[in-house]
Design a protein around this ligand. Structure first.
Ligand code: C2O
Ligand code: CU
Ligand code: CU
Length: 449
């Protein structure tokens, strides 16, 4: 779905029912019958009007992840709740200077987020702008890869994770798909350029991507383009993260695999054994390399070089205020697990942070670990305003970039600088392992004019 005459206007229905997935029928939730949902494309300065209908048997809503738009009214307001059978028109306009990139939409009702994404709800939201007008980028082939895992039984019904430990870890499914397909093939032009746009739309699964015999040249992170292509051998995508890379068709024609390599995102100590809190089996997930997709060479009429320059990123040199956020967790065997920020679970009525529009703040986000010898990585996400990472585990990043998610590894920390621009209002920040978010690792920020 692309905008027409400066407006993107469409009906979007969240519904339950059979969807075709990986060549079979699955009982899922979908947008307009599609998993992933329809891809929406807009340009800076345009209007968006989504006539949303909730035909699910439960409450839901929409969030536009990564967009720099108003968090209030009927724009990107995560406090709206649309009851089953009701409709809501979402409307906002994209600022004229909005950065181009790969964004997405998904539900955001507290306690239901993990389950509704697990059931299939998520779609891409593409902003085409300055970057897309660079000649080499414009002429590159383009593919979109929505990475998402599913847990289905033999009848195609959703598997429901055990409360412990799968929900504490964050649920992962054994069926790891790209655009709802098993190992799809993408074509790369010989001597040409292929632009891959990745979204990790999984509830909890991390992807450590590697392309056989080909480096990937990073061009876009969560929050927009970087200044010049950056060569990567591996690309880590935490839940919610996006990245765009260019691949050069510089090898002998043939087939090359896109691999997902093992990544350890949590440790569960033996302290959990016994005492009525028995642990189940470890998840089968990320401990074996797996093939996600295949690149197949095709002929092309001309060769394309990598672009030398992309879009400049001005580093934020100073902050006017500082804060520290500590991500933690606790466990009560009878009541279950709680995940916290600065010791507190989410309360939509409480405002945890008040900032002034027009300021730049520096936040230190500390992975505080927790009880019972358990440790998790936490991908930290902020709505409305993108940020720049100043340091990760005291190391400066290799290049300045705009992001809306930073992974805070086990035992580690990250410092970020956030410009609070236009848009006053209340919104949230949280862990994007959606089970952690639903178990309380989320809080409220108010931006005051
Ligand atoms: Cu994808 Cu609150 O976020
Ligand atoms: Cu978001
Ligand atoms: Cu987390």
């Amino acid at each position: 779905m692309t905008s027409q005459g400066g407006v993107l206007d469409l009906p979007l229905t969240a519904q339950a029912g059979p969807v075709s997935l990986a060549g079979r029928s699955a009982a899922l939730y979908s947008y307009n019958g599609l998993v992933p949902g329809p891809r929406l494309e807009i340009r800076p300065g345009e209007q968006v009007r989504i006539r949303f209908a909730n035909r699910l048997p439960e409450v839901t809503n929409l969030h536009f992840h990564g967009l720099h738009v108003s968090p209030s009214g009927n724009a990107d307001n995560v406090f709206l709740e649309i009851p089953p059978g009701e409709n809501q028109t979402y409307e906002f306009s994209l600022p004229r200077d909005h950065r181009s990139g790969t964004y997405w939409y998904h539900p955001h009702v507290h306690h239901l987020v993990a389950r509704q994404l697990w059931a299939g709800l998520a779609g891409l939201l593409i902003v085409r702008g300055e970057l897309d007008d660079i000649p080499e980028i414009r002429d590159a082939d383009e593919e979109f890869l929505v990475l998402k895992d599913f847990g289905l039984d033999a009848n195609g019904d959703l598997l429901m994770p055990d409360p412990t430990p799968q929900i504490m870890q964050g649920r992962e499914g054994g069926l790891v798909l790209v655009n709802g397909e098993v190992n799809p093939t993408f074509r790369i032009p010989k001597d040409g350029l292929l632009r891959l746009r990745f979204l990790n739309a999984s509830v909890a699964r991390y992807y450590l991507l590697q392309l056989e015999d080909h480096p990937m040249y990073l061009i876009v992170t969560d929050g927009g383009p970087i200044a010049e292509p950056f060569e990567l051998r591996e690309l880590l995508l935490a839940p919610g993260e996006r990245a765009e890379v260019l691949v050069r068709g510089e090898r002998s024609p043939g087939q090359y695999r896109l691999m997902n390599l093992p990544y350890r995102r949590f440790n569960m100590g033996m302290g959990m054994m016994g005492g009525g809190c028995m642990m189940g089996g470890m998840p089968v997930s990320s401990d074996q390399p797996a093939v996600l997709a295949t690149l197949q060479y095709k002929e092309s009429r001309r060769s394309l070089p990598l672009p030398a320059r992309l879009v400049p990123v001005t580093p934020l040199s100073e902050a006017t205020g500082e804060r520290q956020l500590v991500l933690g967790h606790g466990m009560m065997c009878m009541e279950g697990m709680e995940f916290t920020i600065n010791g507190m679970t989410f309360d939509p009525e409480r405002t945890d942070i008040v900032v002034k529009v027009g300021t730049v703040e520096e936040w230190e986000i500390v992975n505080g670990g927790g009880m019972m010898m358990m440790d998790f990585d936490h991908p930290f996400h902020l709505h409305t305003n993108a940020f720049q990472v100043v340091s990760e585990n005291d190391q400066s990043p290799r290049f300045p970039a705009w992001r809306d998610i930073v992974n805070v590894p086990m035992g580690g920390s990250a410092r970020i600088r956030i410009p609070f621009q236009d848009f006053p209002g209340r919104t949230v920040y949280h862990c994007h392992i959606l089970d952690h978010e639903d178990l309380g690792m989320m809080a409220v920020i108010e931006m005051r004019a």
